[in-house]
Design a protein around this ligand. Structure first.
Ligand SMILES: [Zn+2]
Length: 188
């Protein structure tokens, strides 16, 4: 079922708000703030998650991948026909691929991603009719909120890195030459 009109729009805003809430939780844990929510064909919540590649040492731990995995495991079915996936950032090629494999019916996302977006930015994978599955797509839902969350996250991280580099420089300036060559020997 594809939700249309005002009712559908309101529902999209509500679910995207939840996805943004998850994204913010990720930011607190030092993860790039991207959140996702997956609904079944009847609009019931199947799974919600935020990015965790850093803490799980897993390059595939994007929010979309995690909700697809959670839902498929709880339904004991890797096909998620009829599902709607909400995500706060335009999905990458990996996540679009996983959505196609899972037969997700509808994708709603917030901000576009000029660096890795595979829906409208870098690639237009979902417009490729060589795939035998179609995903109805809607972008730009609460895009400004998502973009602000991401911008703030990277701004804070940049500041911390600069502050960290400054304190490392101070420590290094105070360390004697002998100690530093000793450290180098231990590392080699
Ligand atoms: Zn991804």
């Amino acid at each position: 079922m594809i939700l249309m009109g005002e009712d559908g729009d309101r529902r999209d805003l509500a679910w995207m708000t939840l996805a943004l809430d998850y994204a913010a939780r990720g930011a607190v844990q030092g993860e790039v703030p991207v959140g996702a929510v997956l609904l079944d064909a009847d609009g019931r919540l199947l799974a919600a998650a935020h990015n965790t590649p850093v803490q799980s040492h897993d390059p595939s731990a994007h929010a979309e991948m995690l909700v697809l995995r959670q839902a498929a495991q709880s339904l004991r079915n890797y096909r998620l026909t009829g599902a709607t996936l909400y995500v706060t950032l335009e999905p990458c090629i990996m996540c679009v691929g996983a959505m196609l494999h899972a037969r997700v019916t509808r994708l709603v996302y917030a901000a576009s991603d000029p660096k890795t977006g595979a829906v409208e930015s870098l690639y237009h994978l979902l417009e490729d009719d060589r795939f035998n599955h179609r995903i109805v797509t809607k972008g730009g839902v609460l895009a400004a909120s998502s973009a602000t969350l991401l911008r703030d996250f990277f701004r804070v991280r940049r500041c911390r890195k600069e502050a960290g580099a400054a304190s490392v420089a101070t420590v290094e300036a105070g360390v004697e030459t002998g100690q530093r060559s000793g450290d180098a020997t231990l590392q080699s």
